[in-house]
Design a protein around this ligand. Sequence first.
Ligand code: XIL
Length: 375
Amino acid sequence: MSLKTSCLSLALLLMTSCSAEKRHALSAPALSQTPICESYADYFKVGAALNVGTVDGTDSIGREIVKRHFNSIVAENCMKSEVIHPAENVYDWTDADKFVKFGNDNKMFTVGHCLIWHSQLAPWFCVDENGNNVTPDVLRKRMKDHIYTIMRRYKGKVQAWDVVNEAILDDGSYRDSKFFQILGEEYIPLAFQYAHEADPDAQLIINDYSMPNKGKRDTYVRIVNDMKKRGLRVDAIGMQGHNGMDYPDFDEFEKSIEAFASTGCDVMVTELDFTVLPTVTKTASVETNVAYEKEMNPYPDGLTPEVDRQWNDRMAQFMRLLMKHSDKISRVNFWGVKDADSWRNDWPMKGRKDYPLAIDRNLSVKPFIETSLRK
Ligand code: XIL
């Protein structure tokens, strides 16, 4: 083959693969199905957590799906302190700016996640150059700079912020995070004070997982009521909702919705996904325990029709519970757009195939949505 012919073949090959990608993008079933946010328009906003590939179009189909199906978005990783504030006085806005622009261009309720969190925490944030915890004064200043700088940059562009994330343990006690070690319980009210000062118009959320647990429920009701008594603003309580086939107990979930609403706050389901996979009991690494890996990853080629039906029934039941309380719940946010991208494929064990979200691996909207809306 001459050089000219091989260049021509290469060009042709590239052209065909580009148009194949386009054809695929245009033919995703979700792109002609009823928008999920329209289905629930009488009840609450419906959102999804986005990674940067969805925003910048690396995942072009994901981006089109988001535009069609969701009226709210949350930053899955790009606003966490280790990404956005990697060193003192050094901010990296690259991905966060793209995320916010995408939300604003598409008129979506755009949510920042998250300002103060022990995990994915910038390594410098709470320690000095020797790795020792900083003094309360230093941490107060760092928290204030962090919250002011980020929230002010996006003032008027980000409508809500997860101000404090995962502060409480299941039994209702405070997590022994660095923030707690240095400032005690006061770090939470402080974060909300700074957030209010930085952007009085943004909705301020306190967010955590396992919110149906009585311990967490009682502590959050107390914390929020105490802050309100002190004249501090907290607008919403976020129930993450990383759920499974046998947890949580929906009656307990309902009790928490009611208890949280009794504080005067909005309630939000902020990180919804329902894993269909068995609970991981051992901390075995996939490579060293093949049999265990198989047992923990039972649907590598797709769900059986029976399990698919059970999962959809459970989701429909859960959505009905949320719809019943739509006077208290203003937003329901899925933690991801489609099954293939969910963090649950790699957590709490790497390399499994999970089916936890509203859009399946064939890019179709799942049936639970329609079922949940049937009278
Ligand atoms: C997860 C992301 O989805 C993953 O991509 C990342 O590797 C780890 O964090 N609670 C939260 C979220 O508040 O920020 C977490 O997101 C999931 C648990």
